[in-house]
Ligand binder design. Structure first.
Ligand SMILES: Cc1ncc(COP(=O)(O)O)c(C=O)c1O
Length: 491
């Protein structure tokens, strides 16, 4: 392939994108991309490269190809390889000798540029690592099991499945979801009250269009700005509910004028991380009953709980007042765009009127595949495996902090794919800048705060531990620990 490219997020950690544009073999392209990354500072001196086995697996190329590329770059002086410390970027790649230069020219290879001599302030390097929250581990998508389900689903699909789709979603999927959600999340439903959609964001849009959630919707003081702006475009004004360690202060819902619905993340407040206190769950439902309002329950990562305390769905308390919303975006992949709403009876027709007469959003074959995946036990197996995987990651994060930054408190770790590092007041911005200098992409809590929130401001870092490829997770944690503010001593 003359113009092959590789996303080096898979090579060196997220957000370092290398284009392997050189013609020729994979080895040549990989070498050129690594040289380029070293030359422009994205790969800093002494950075440890992934073992060639994991890099080869990530890229889907032969180990020998990576091993050869590393060996040649060592010979050229770009990399060093020492027993016990792996392959690292050389501290100052030496210009090649005249003989080597001639040999490379003869092969059409690229020459390293001499280093040094850079003047002026250096911009922060482009990120090499990412601990941004938001995505599951892409490398763990259960490709083989999904493929087996897709094959079975396609083989068994009746001919009518290939016609225009029912906007409720396929009955096979709604049946599978009704059983699964009752068993795993304590949701009270039957298939008739489930409407399939293309993820949580789509559900929020549709609910906004029903007008039942207008003119104002209560949201948690910290949450995704993207969801708030989506509601704004649907003509809904969001009103921030104060938050503390027990979640949103739902007792205050009755005092909010014009609020017809409350959007909550009860199992794992997003992003601060605690479960909603049982008294506040009950208060939210009581408010909905008394006011005729609705609770919208965003159960975005309810499958991933690591302590023994089960946190079931609030929907189980009152299926007529709570809309339960879920998707596969955290459990499988956000690329699938598959989600579901469990609606009160009285809302089903209203929602379907908004959605339209035909399914225009989610592919029927993906729906059938997910139905098979759930019913064959594949979904449970995958969730169990990922729960262990993420739990190990979380434990590694907690251990790294205990060793290198014991003064930093970490919270929200009983569930989900991210944790919050609580920072001393006023240090969030500088910690984010320090992270950028360590080549680490990271979010602060500030970006999640509702602009009108009155709840005390929190300084903190939101650390997504699911995303980095296995080989670069330790490096990402090192970079994180180096970016944290030192312990503040009393004057
Ligand atoms: C708070 C929150 N809600 C919901 C979702 C799911 O969104 P979607 O199903 O639209 O991908 C996410 C991300 O996965 C999230 O972070």
């Amino acid at each position: 392939m003359a113009d092959s490219w590789v996303n080096s997020a898979e090579i060196l950690g997220s957000d370092l994108h290398l284009e392997l544009t050189r013609a020729g073999s994979r080895r040549t392209a990989l070498m050129a991309a690594l040289r380029e990354a070293i030359r422009d500072g994205r790969l800093a001196p002494d950075t440890r490269l992934p073992p060639y086995r994991s890099l080869a697996a990530d890229l889907g190329i032969a180990r020998n190809t990576v091993a050869d590329a590393y060996a040649e770059l060592v010979a050229e002086g770009w990399l060093t390889a020492r027993q016990g410390s792996g392959t690292r970027v050389a501290s100052r790649p030496a210009p090649p000798s005249p003989a080597r230069r001639a040999a490379r020219r003869a092969r059409g290879g690229q020459l390293p540029l001499p280093t040094g001599g850079r003047r002026g302030p250096r911009p922060a390097p482009r990120p090499v690592h990412s601990l941004l929250q938001g995505q599951p581990d892409a490398a763990s998508f259960p490709r083989a099991a999904w493929l087996a389900s897709a094959r079975r689903a396609l083989t068994a699909a009746p001919n009518e499945a290939f016609g225009p789709g029912d906007p409720r979603g396929r009955p096979e999927l709604r049946r599978a979801l009704a059983d699964y959600l009752a068993r795993a999340r304590g949701v009270r439903t039957d298939p008739e009250r489930i409407v399939v959609c293309s993820g949580f964001a789509h559900a929020l849009r549709l609910l906004g269009e029903t007008r039942l959630t207008r003119p104002r919707m209560a949201v948690e003081s910290y949450g995704l700005a993207f969801h708030r702006s989506l509601l704004r475009s649907a003509g809904i004004r969001t009103v921030p509910l104060p938050l503390d360690a027990d979640g949103a202060l739902t007792d205050g819902l009755a005092d909010l004028d014009g609020v017809r619905a409350a959007l909550l993340t009860p199992a794992h407040q997003f992003p601060t991380g605690g479960p909603l206190h049982p008294g506040r769950r009950a208060a939210a439902v009581a408010w909905a009953r008394e006011s005729g309002g609705l609770v919208l329950e965003d159960d975005y990562d309810g499958e991933f709980r690591y302590d023994r305390r089960p946190v079931g769905a609030v929907q189980g308390l009152d299926p007529d007042r709570v809309v339960y919303l879920g998707s596969v975006s955290k459990s499988l992949s956000p690329a699938l765009r598959l989600g579901w709403m469990v609606l009160p009876d009285h809302l089903v027709d209203r929602l379907l009127a908004v959605k339209g007469e035909r399914e225009g959003w989610t592919g029927v074959l993906d729906q059938l595949t997910l139905a098979d995946f759930i019913e064959s036990g594949g979904y449970d197996r995958h969730v169990r495996r990922m729960r262990q995987h993420y739990r190990r990651r979380r434990d590694q994060l907690v251990a790294a902090l205990a060793e290198h930054a014991p003064h930093i408190r970490v919270s929200g770790i009983a569930a989900g794919l991210h944790a919050v590092l609580e920072l001393p007041p006023g240090t969030e911005r500088s910690a984010l800048r320090a992270a950028a200098w360590q080549g680490l992409a990271l979010d602060g809590l500030g970006g999640y705060r509702h602009p009108e929130a009155t709840t005390p401001r929190l300084d903190g870092l939101v650390v997504g531990y699911a995303t980095p490829p296995e080989h670069s997770f330790a490096g990402a944690l090192d970079a994180l620990c180096r970016a944290l503010p030192p312990e503040q001593t009393a004057a």
